[in-house]
Design a protein around this ligand. Sequence first.
Ligand code: FES
Length: 118
Amino acid sequence: MSEPFRPYEKLVDITILGTKFQVPERNSLLRCFQFISPETIPYGRFCWNQECQYCRVSCQLPDDDESREMLSCKFIVMPGMEVTELSQELKWCLRSKLPSTPAGTCLRVNRRINRPKL
Ligand code: FES
């Protein structure tokens, strides 16, 4: 069986829009999103190599004073980090895992009409 994750020994805690998750250490943040939602992230419009920008997030790192924008396909997850903003594509893919994200057809309609805002 092909394993998409880099080898890891433990899970680390992160927060996404106020919801806590445990994800595999030593993996990119986008892989961690895949760990959380394996049924959607592999089918998102992600290039996985820092070109499309659809994986853009804002994060507050434990050792930073201010949040910073980053590409989740590039950044290796850091224990205790908080993801404070998600791209439209990531919101769509993680919608069933985030209780505050409105579920339903409006997001689907918007996704088809508009390119994701980054
Ligand atoms: S997935 Fe395309 S830039 Fe990150």
